[in-house]
Design a protein around this ligand. Structure first.
Ligand SMILES: [Fe+2]
Length: 134
């Protein structure tokens, strides 16, 4: 598997549901990346992979925000803003792809893997620590 999309155990937050979804996101990003680089992978398959990834990003963020809401996490506001920013950036890649730029699919998977790792490290772990110490 491409190193960029390999799950790094250092990214575990200790919150079961969150970690499971993060692992799946990296897997989806990896699938999208290898398919977008493979000439034998047809347009429909890349499109499905894009849909699969963007749908799961949205679902994951909503689930995370629900967890934070239920726990009355004081950092929910800024965290939600970062999710919105990431979602908007994701949609820009998706739009480029649908405008005929196939390379946008590869860029999206890389962008997400990088951005997610940074977001997990900084923001999701902060929530996990707060949850444990509460
Ligand atoms: Fe998050």
């Amino acid at each position: 598997m491409d190193e960029r999309f390999a799950w790094d155990p250092a990214l575990e937050t200790g919150v079961e549901q969150v970690d499971r979804q993060h692992r799946r996101l990296f897997k989806l990003a990896s699938t999208l990346s290898s398919c977008s680089l493979d000439e034998n992978c047809d347009e429909d398959t890349v499109t499905d992979a894009i849909y699969g990834l963007t749908e799961y990003v949205t679902e994951h963020f909503a689930d995370e925000e629900t967890l934070m809401e239920q726990a009355s996490y004081p950092g929910l506001g800024p965290h939600r803003s970062r999710h919105e920013q990431l979602t908007a950036d994701t949609m820009r890649y998706v739009a480029r792809f649908f405008n005929g730029e196939r390379v946008a699919a590869e860029e999206l998977s890389e962008f997400l893997a990088d951005w997610l790792a940074a977001h997990i490290e900084r923001d999701d772990k902060a929530f996990a620590v707060w949850l444990r110490e509460r």
